[in-house]
Design a protein around this ligand. Structure first.
Ligand code: ADP
Ligand code: MG
Length: 245
């Protein structure tokens, strides 16, 4: 993937500056881009902006040399061909797990109901949710909802998959299973951008790591550089703390 960000800021309020003057360009051969850094650093905000789900306060975003412009129609098709998992999952509360995956396939992606159902059931099965297909989000645990969100994000075989802390709500065993699915996707050539606090997984899966803190990018580098020889002492301090236990 080729992503370039120029002078990007997102200011929700004077006291809530999520991103400030962010500049970076991914390496041309990056297929898996991972965001790490302390909570509140701006990871979720940057993922939403890169996905075209929110507009920046200032600055420009380019995907494969094409500018993402909130004011133009191509944004809709850009969103449609990508897949998202939000930090809060954003499932439709009145729909069952199955319908949450199936309906976008029919209504947004134009699949037949029969095809969409087959795809949705396979997705639920892949994440161990076959027995929960008829439950609404309110009847599912956080971890189950997160897996429905993942299945939904992947169901239409997106060009780019954007995952915000995809394992945050999962117990260790389920976390391992979901990380294995993400690893398979990475190995299959899927373009992915994800944020995570799983440092071991970030190191193993990423082609490139972007470290965000206090709304700025402290480094974009290979996992080896970030984890073995970080350029900024704040990165070293963060990694020492989170990887200590
Ligand atoms: N919708 C919003 N409205 C106001 N402030 C926000 C909003 N989203 C994020 N922020 C603020 O922006 C900063 C970065 O948040 P976020 O992008 O969620 O960071 P991270 O994902 O790294 O934890 C935080 O201070 C947060 O409170
Ligand atoms: Mg976040």
């Amino acid at each position: 993937m080729n992503i370039e960000v120029r002078d990007l800021s997102k200011i929700y309020a004077p006291s809530s500056v999520a991103l400030q003057d962010v500049n970076f360009a991914t390496a041309a051969d990056t297929q898996v881009l991972v965001f790490i850094g302390p909570s509140g650093g701006g990871k979720s905000t940057l993922l939403r902006l890169l996905g075209g789900l929110e507009s920046p306060t200032t600055g420009e975003i380019f995907h494969d040399h094409t500018q993402l412009d909130q004011r133009t129609a191509p944004l809709r098709s850009f969103r449609q061909k990508n897949g998202f998992l939000f930090q809060q999952f954003n499932l439709f509360p009145h729909l069952t797990a199955l319908e949450n995956i199936l309906l976008p396939l029919v209504e947004v992606h134009g699949q037949t109901s029969a095809n969409a159902e087959k795809t949705a059931l396979a997705g639920l099965d892949r994440f161990g949710l076959a027995d929960h297909s008829e439950k609404r989000p309110g009847e599912l645990s956080g971890g189950q909802q997160q897996r429905v969100g993942l299945a939904r994000a992947m169901a239409h075989e997106p060009e780019l998959l954007i995952l915000d802390e995809p394992t945050s709500a999962l117990d260790p065993e389920m976390k391992a299973e979901v990380l294995e699915v993400i690893e398979e996707l990475c190995e299959s050539g899927q373009r992915i951008i994800f944020s995570t606090h799983e440092m071991g997984f970030a190191k193993a899966a990423a082609d490139e790591v972007l470290f965000l803190a206090e709304g700025t990018v402290l480094a974009t580098a290979t996992p080896k550089e970030i984890f073995e020889n970080p350029s900024d002492p704040r990165i070293a301090t963060f990694l020492e703390r989170v990887m200590k236990w």
